[in-house]
Design a protein around this ligand. Structure first.
Ligand code: LHQ
Length: 264
């Protein structure tokens, strides 16, 4: 029997999803997409889940689309747009919209859609030996899974163009220096550092953090006046949450807050 394309571990307050096709550097197949979609549904439905950690099994994070799955046989026409519409586009939007922080622990190479799915996560940690490759340029494709949207926003126009048009590997430390990712860490510290973040988020004021994610995404297309109005509305909502009351009380009582997160 073939191994499951992803594994899911439930920890206290968070879940770990591991892409699990190590012999193909965790390249995506339809089965993997469907399994991941199901795992994200379950994480979102579980109100005790307050963070998600995504990583890859073996030496790679994800090599993007499994090219065997999308190879046209003679006389056959493969319409790649359909694959994006059915699988990659909803996945990227879903990761951004999840009501808790999503952490990518990039343990090795992240190429093609694999790189851009990592970059769609809220906080990207990478092992020092990992690299990010906009591999599309090497096979006649266009950066997808949000690559053309997120790259210029993270690293600026000049670097985005260089990365997208050349498809050269960008090592983790340079990715950090360029602002593409949050941090590069020693390989053997990657999972501990990523788990530390999840443990932090597992007792954080999740409702406020979810609103923060939405506000930052909305800021990508709003003008200042619209964004100020959105901040006002979200602050009203956050300010009405039990976690805000608890945060302020704990501050004055000089103790650690006991936030309830999504269950409050
Ligand atoms: C793979 C793959 C792979 C299958 C490594 N597929 N087997 C969306 C919508 C629809 C269609 C098209 O695409 C998209 C989005 C995309 O993601 S397009 C971009 C697809 N990805 C790529 O073009 C990357 C292809 N892979 C590579 O360039 C290299 O494998 C990298 C640079 C990632 C890693 O290089 P190495 O560390 O030297 O490893 P390797 O090349 O030896 O790979 C290990 C094995 O994994 C190998 O199989 P083998 O049987 O020889 O051991 C590869 O064939 C297999 N593999 N990526 N995407």
């Amino acid at each position: 029997m073939a191994a499951a394309p992803i594994t899911v571990e439930q920890r206290t307050g968070y879940r770990v999803i591991t892409l699990n096709r190590p012999d193909r550097l965790n390249a995506f197949t339809e089965d993997m997409h469907l399994a991941l979609r199901g795992a994200l549904d379950e994480a979102e439905q579980d109100k005790s889940c307050r963070a998600l950690l995504m990583t890859g099994a073996g030496r790679g994070f994800c090599a993007g689309q499994d090219l065997n799955d999308r190879l046209a046989k003679p006389g056959e026409k493969i319409v790649l747009g359909v694959t994006l519409e059915q699988f990659y586009n909803p996945l990227v939007l879903r990761l951004r919209a999840l009501p808790f922080p999503v952490i990518a622990a990039v343990n090795g190479v992240a190429a093609g859609a694999g790189a851009n799915i990592a970059l769609a996560c809220d906080i990207v940690l990478a092992a020092r030996s990992a690299k990010f490759i906009q591999a599309f340029a090497k096979i006649g494709l266009v950066p997808d899974s949000g690559g053309t949207w997120i790259l210029p926003r993270l690293v600026g126009a000049a670097r985005a163009r260089g990365l997208a048009l050349l498809g050269e590997p960008l090592p983790a430390e340079k990715a950090e220096a360029w602002g593409l990712i949050w941090k590069a860490v020693d390989d053997d510290a990657l999972m501990t550092e990523a788990e530390k973040l999840c443990i932090h988020f597992a007792s954080a004021p999740t409702v406020g953090l979810a609103l923060t994610k939405r506000a930052l995404d909305a800021a990508e297309h709003n003008d200042l006046a619209t964004q100020l109005n959105l901040e006002r509305d979200f602050q009203r909502e956050a300010g009405g949450s039990p976690d805000y009351q608890e945060g302020v009380r704990a501050f004055f009582e000089k103790r650690a807050p006991a936030f309830k997160g999504r269950q409050s």
